[in-house]
Design a protein. Structure first.
Length: 203
């Protein structure tokens, strides 16, 4: 397996850099707390594994090589990100009381985050362009894939839990209706910006 330490460093920088997944983790942590943000973090990790698996198949090659497939994927992803942003803008102000704990059910947060990874340009381009560069075709492919994917998953969990823990500490400053509206607006705006950037991105 080629340059594993370099892969770890690149993966950590990719995971930690601002993007839709980071925004979702911060939003969930602020709204529901670290414990109830964890299903979303697992969803992001599972989505990344699924994308990595697809990138290793003929479908990944098709998306990487076909301008039409890339364009379709790009605009579907952009539309979903913009939808998430508009939904946050229209949502009522965040309320951090116990009455909202039921909203943070595992299934809802997991699949919302899992789906988000398919609109995340960082995840898509890392899997299609970077991930294959660290696979040695002369060695056991499956073993290398498992090691690289597991490494990325562990980095997602560790880094996003750190983000969530940091965000949760600021909850007391955002308990007012005004703070909730500001958080909605900021998170929604970032999702919309990510969607627009994805739509404008060239193949």
């Amino acid at each position: 397996m080629k340059l594993f330490p370099l892969y770890v460093m690149m993966s950590a920088l990719t995971v930690a850099s601002p993007g839709p997944g980071v925004v979702m983790t911060l939003t969930n942590a602020l709204r529901y707390g670290v414990k109830n943000a964890f299903p979303g973090i697992l969803g992001l990790a599972a989505g990344m594994v699924f994308i990595a698996a697809l990138s290793s198949t003929g479908l990944g090659v098709l998306v990487a090589a076909s301008p039409l497939a890339f364009t379709i994927l790009k605009f579907v992803g952009a539309a979903y990100l913009i939808y998430l942003g508009v939904r946050l803008w229209l949502a009522p102000p965040f309320q951090f009381g116990q009455e909202q704990a039921h909203e943070a059910n595992f299934t809802k947060r997991f699949f919302e985050a899992f789906t988000l990874q398919f609109t995340n340009p960082k995840a898509l381009f890392f899997c299609l362009c970077v991930f294959p560069q660290f696979i040695d075709q002369e060695e056991n492919y499956l073993l290398q894939f498992v090691i690289l994917a597991a490494t990325y998953v562990l980095l997602i969990i560790a880094i996003h839990v750190a983000y969530a823990a940091t965000a949760a500490r600021t909850r007391r400053w955002l308990t007012s209706p005004h703070g909730g509206r500001v958080l909605n607006a900021l998170s929604g705006t970032m999702f919309i910006i990510f969607g627009l950037l994805l739509a404008l991105m060239q193949a």
